[in-house]
Design a binder for this molecule. Structure first.
Ligand code: FES
Length: 316
């Protein structure tokens, strides 16, 4: 889609939001809480941004971008080169982080700019009258985007802010908060790497299917090259087409399949979105993704970061 940037808003220190509209004022494709769009950034990069306005709103999309000095240039280009009135290209919304409508209670944990998909969830949960609580962790009030929007909920004690001033020991005690999962509660979390690691560890004992998360800003997975265990190419059989593709130890499955001319869908190519997920029926792939649980890994592999350890049969 071609979209016009209608406005750019300063949300907090280092964070801008971009309001995107259809160039002719037409309604945009509908989106659900947790959805994102892939945006083509000046310079040819593509980045995934969660939609943080109210789900179902079709007049505009809002995305928020934290300027990351050590990034590969995506956030800097958005901050420096995208202005009101510009046109940008974006994908239609896709959702790899949906709310589970069967959950009795939702617990939302946001780390920094990871608040964006959770903001849309807050709107959705409020509109449907479902109970929830949110903990929003940032370094300081100055770096807390959308605090004004959350203020009425903070006043009611539904949203709690935690500012650690750069030292996680001063912030939310995540392990304590997640120690005893209440029956029927689902956990949703998104934030930077250290935050994700802490929440993942603290929620490892939660019941299967109750923990949902999304990584943002993930760099492509530098999947370990397991040369010692797999010195030769390995045949990967494609069950639907009947083809066999040889995969070398230095290739991901996606690279090998594309080199062989097999069309495969992908998006993040970092093992975080699930677009390239494919079922397998024989063999044992090497998983390097960040999103599949053990049960899912027993039947599926993410091609963009997975490798062939043994001969494999893929549902392709
Ligand atoms: Fe996103 Fe593979 S393309 S997980």
């Amino acid at each position: 889609m071609k979209l016009r940037v209608r406005s750019v808003t300063w949300e907090a220190e280092g964070i801008l939001s971009f309001e995107l509209v259809h160039p002719e004022g037409l309604p945009l494709p509908v989106f659900e809480a947790g959805a994102h769009i892939d945006v083509r950034i000046p310079g040819g990069l593509s980045r995934r941004y969660s939609l943080c306005n109210t789900p179902g709103e079709r007049t505009h999309y809002r995305i928020a971008v934290l300027r990351v000095p050590e990034s590969r240039g995506g956030s800097r280009a958005m901050h420096e080169r995208v202005h009101a009135g510009d046109f940008i290209e974006a994908s239609e919304p896709r959702n790899f982080f949906p709310l589970d409508d069967s959950a009795g209670h939702a617990l939302l944990l946001a780390g920094g700019i990871g608040v964006t998909p959770l903001l849309a969830m807050v709107e959705r949960l409020q509109a449907s009258g479902r109970p929830f609580a949110m903990h929003y962790c940032t370094t300081s009030p100055e770096r807390t985007a959308f605090a004004g929007r959350l203020q009425p909920l903070a006043a009611q004690g539904i949203v709690t802010h935690h500012h650690d001033r750069g030292d996680p020991r001063n912030g939310l005690d995540i392990a304590r908060l997640l120690r005893d999962p209440a029956p029927g509660t689902h956990l949703y979390y998104c934030g930077p790497a250290g935050f994700m690691k802490a929440v993942k560890a603290a929620s490892a004992h939660w019941p299967a299917g109750t923990v949902h998360f999304e990584y943002f800003g993930a760099e492509p997975q530098a999947a370990p090259v397991n040369v010692g265990a797999c010195a030769d190419t390995v045949p990967v059989h494609l069950l639907r087409s009947g083809r066999t593709v040889q995969v070398s130890p230095v290739q991901t499955l996606l690279q090998a399949l594309r080199d062989a001319g097999v069309e495969c869908e992908s998006s993040c190519e970092a093992g975080v979105c699930g677009t390239c997920r494919v079922d397998y029926s024989e063999g044992e792939p090497e998983h390097n993704d960040l999103i599949l649980n053990e049960e899912e890994r027993a039947r599926s592999v993410l091609l963009c970061c997975g490798r062939a350890r043994t001969p494999l049969s893929l549902d392709l």
